[in-house]
Design a protein around this ligand. Structure first.
Ligand SMILES: [Zn+2]
Length: 498
């Protein structure tokens, strides 16, 4: 593996093998994620993602500008969800192997970096190991892009030449990061040299709500990383990888990576102070903390503008079902009027197909997806609307674009009203990262006083501009910020790698 300099510099167009594997696995959910949850595309179908705002689309666009000829591999993606079944990765791998062409000049990967299967705690490390074992792949440059909520393993650092993380959370820069990674691979091809990844893992592990890059500790760490990158020409990229606390994988904690063509440098002079800084920085308390009772009292009195009620325990972007009833119960119990909630509830949507719009009907809402919830809320309500849930993103740079491109399909959907509360029911889990989710269903948030958002940080790009205040609710759910709730099978990897 240590042969470094490429044998020849080709004057021909580089032929780059392109593949993607994108899943953030929440290992403490009840459900397993099977093949049916994954969208697998391969061959020419990958080219369709050009111009869709996703990191894969951005890589294709930028690569084409640089004159790359793509050898299309496989792209597999699913929304964050529970432990992935082994057959998903094996199917993905078989298809990738079938697309492989031994004569390619380089490999580009679009990863999330936090996938875990029944048998593999470090899927991306295993993917890299298998790729390097393909005929002709052992010594060619391999670069790629990944989400900062990755568990970056020692194996990944050893086998990849240059991986580039997103720098913002909410992830408004996924496409930008991908373009940066393409630039790195292009540089490797032009120089006829492979960079390497120096890694420092830490024992710190933060729940997702503390990984926003507009707050501490990530804000300062990002800033320090950019300063180092600007000052040292040997540092091509310095990633601050926040990690993913709900992944039971050895690399789940905070880590740093330097990508450099200087293979003899360890970069401890940067890793040491960054790690000390990370340990010393105080985690900023979540916005608008306080007891739920106080919050609700406030909601009953103060009615200026839109209040966002954040429910991080049911964070869809981190894999939670999005059908938790904690916030809905509070609203109903305290008779909060003009509030709006979205719940993932395919069962109820399906039952409503036989109900006429405008009629009243018994409902059994949410509470079906997690053992942490109290179960469905059984009430009577009015069916206001039903129909398809596909929508075009209002913000093409939103985090949802990095997951799905310019459109998102919530599946068959319905809107019901219960005691002054409007509830959007969807058949597909829909992370609340784009306001098109509401407008497409005839819901104008300016008509409402409160909206429940099942997220931790990623919603803020969409909601902060339209919100007068944000309150974080501490309801039961699988994405609790108290990591002591979870029993990990794998300890965290200790330290770094060469
Ligand atoms: Zn992320």
């Amino acid at each position: 593996m240590e042969r470094v300099v490429l044998k020849t510099r080709s004057r021909l167009k580089p032929r780059v093998f392109l593949a993607g594997l994108f899943h953030e696995t929440h290992c403490f959910l009840d459900d397993r994620t099977g093949l049916d949850a994954f969208r697998l595309s391969q061959g020419e179908a990958l080219a369709k993602q050009i111009g869709d705002g996703s990191p894969l689309g951005a890589a294709i666009e930028r690569g084409a500008e640089l004159g790359w000829e793509f050898v299309w591999g496989v792209d597999g993606r699913a929304l964050p969800s529970g432990l992935v079944r082994d057959e998903v990765f094996e199917t993905f791998w078989q298809r990738l192997e079938a697309c492989w062409e031994p004569g390619v000049s380089a490999i580009f990967l679009v990863l999330h970096g936090a996938m875990v299967t029944e048998s593999l705690p470090d899927v991306e490390g295993e993917l890299l190991r298998r790729i390097r074992g393909l005929e002709g792949a052992e010594f060619i440059p391999l670069c790629g892009v990944y989400d900062l909520h990755a568990h970056f393993s020692i194996q990944m650092a050893r086998l990849a030449d240059g991986l580039v993380a997103y720098r913002r959370n909410p992830h408004s820069d996924a496409a930008e990061a991908s373009v940066r990674a393409v630039g790195l691979l292009q540089k490797a091809l032009e120089r006829g040299e492979r960079p390497r990844v120096a890694l420092r893992q830490t024992q710190l592990c933060w729940p997702p709500i503390h990984t926003g890059t507009d707050s501490e500790p990530m804000r300062t760490l990002e800033q320090s990383a950019r300063e180092i990158e600007a000052a040292d020409p040997d540092v091509e990229v310095l990633n601050v990888t926040a990690g993913f606390a709900y992944g039971d994988s050895p690399g789940r904690g905070l880590s740093f990576q330097v990508v450099s063509f200087r293979r003899d440098r360890r970069f401890d002079e940067y890793f040491d102070p960054l790690e000390s800084q990370a340990c010393a920085l105080e985690v900023e308390p979540a916005q608008g903390g306080g007891s739920i009772r106080e919050t609700i009292k406030g909601l009953q009195r103060e009615w200026q503008g839109l209040t966002v009620l954040v429910e991080p325990s049911d964070n869809i972007g981190a894999g939670a079902p999005g059908d938790g009833t904690g916030a809905l119960r509070l609203l109903l119990e305290h008779q909060i009027q003009r509030a709006v909630v979205c719940l993932w509830d395919p069962e109820t949507v399906s039952r409503l197909t036989s109900v006429a719009v405008g009629s009243r009907t018994p409902l059994s809402l949410g509470g079906k997806g997690s053992r942490f919830d109290r179960g469905p809320v059984c009430v009577e309500g009015e069916l206001v609307r039903k129909g398809p849930g596909v929508f075009t993103l209002e913000d093409s740079a939103s985090h949802l674009a990095s997951l799905s491109g310019r459109t998102f399909d919530m599946g068959a959907s319905a809107v019901v009203r219960v005691d002054g509360i409007t509830i959007l029911l969807t058949s597909q889990r829909t992370p609340p990262f784009d306001l098109g989710q509401w407008s497409s269903q005839g819901i104008d948030l300016s008509d409402f006083r409160a909206v429940v958002v099942k997220a931790a940080v990623a919603h803020r790009r969409a909601y902060d501009p339209i919100t007068t205040r944000t309150v974080v609710l501490d309801t039961p759910g699988p994405c609790s910020s108290d990591l002591g709730c979870f029993t990990y099978r794998h300890g965290q990897e200790p330290g770094g790698a060469d």
